[in-house]
Design a binder for this molecule. Sequence first.
Ligand code: BES
Ligand code: MN
Length: 465
Amino acid sequence: MGFKEFYEANKERFLQELKEFLSIPSISTDPAHKKDINAAVDWLKNKLETLGFETKTLLPTKPSLGKNANPVLYAEYTVDKNKPTIMIYGHYDVQPPEPLDEWKTPPFAPDIRDGKIYARGANDNKGQLYANIIAAEYYIKEVKEKQYNIKFFIEGEEEIGGPTTNEIIEDSQFKDILAVDTLWIADGPWIAHNKPSVVYALRGIAYFDLYLENLPQDIHSGIYGNVVLNPANLAGYVIFKLKDILRNRIRIPKIYKSVRKPSKEEIKLVEAASPTYDEIKQEVNAGVVTPYRRKGTTFPPLVLTGLKPSLDVHGIYSGFTKPGQLKTIIPANAWVKFSIRLVPHLTVEKTEELVRSYLQQIIPKGVTWKLTRLFSGDPFYMDPARPELKKLLEVVKEAFGKDPVLVPEGGSIGLVTTFARKYNPAILMPNYGLPDDGLHSPNEKFNLSQLEGGAKTLVLYLTKK
Ligand code: BES
Ligand code: MN
């Protein structure tokens, strides 16, 4: 049976199964959801075993998260040990769904409207992962001459930059099962609705929490204002000093010195693939976007999100924050959470060093401050001219009927760099999502046409010579 026919014949069941998987609130940021994490693992284990996979849950010898470590679900379907092995990556953990009242239907009660399935994790990553599971089912049941062994490696700490997955990759007890020829990752969106996107680079991330303290307790701002340094004001000052938001320049000295200079061809490729500032403005309903101009040239957004480091503040906390009420204090302290997205050759270590010595310089002596790195991962890059990308681009084109583009991605998928360093497989990253899927936002969705197209992409890859 051809794939199309197979998909149509089983579509109702596929949607039912995907709904089941999406109903599990496997939120990794909150330890209260540990039982849902386990439920997601069990669901996948049961599903993959039914298809004929042998499964195992993997934990490192000494997980640094101890009892809170979320296991990797590993599965293998071996055709012939001498044939090449492709390992399919996915993550079963999801982001928290808040703010809940912005969801049209509840985040863990998946709803199909207008050819799209709405739920937390619909795109990121359960929907894309399930597309690969559909492909595996077809391959196992319908393909006679199988050229590949397939494995799944499905982690549960992607959304918290968790250490467990990296510890598993580094753990030599797993070296025989992880040394694969190819790693297949569908965990991101296309660059535009008509541009299927294959990823050749991912940014890394260094995520920090900065604590500032100038007083043991809050004090009266009328008595001491102008005299005692205010940590909330200082937080604003530090944020201002970290980045020029109108010119899109990080102000930390030497940050740009370490950044890889892309070739002219690569820049051309990226410029051609890029959406416009207006498209992005509409996509997220933003009031202001900040085009990057240098020496009279305006660079398109993808240059900024794919090839440059960026710095964003994620949260600020200080002082009196009750809406509508007032209290005149100089707060004792302030917290700022911020991250820097990294591109080669800006490593996490290097970045932390630069941030630390800059803060040393700009925070007045006498203020107590503490910089904590909450998590991090180095950037990933491969030459977009690598030969193994050719077959991938061909099958993506055939699966979706549109010409694909090769793109550097702004997001981060921590394990890719670790995996590449340790085992150096071919890394294939065909995204199945669309730009308006709302990753990490309310009303996250995944188009059913992408579910089918994604499954078809992997089927074609597995069956084409
Ligand atoms: N699937 C995303 C990563 C992604 C986003 C890839 C957009 C390509 C384009 C992933 O689930 C994610 O959100 N990762 C986090 C990692 C962080 C928590 C360390 C990210 O990029 O913020
Ligand atoms: Mn993801």
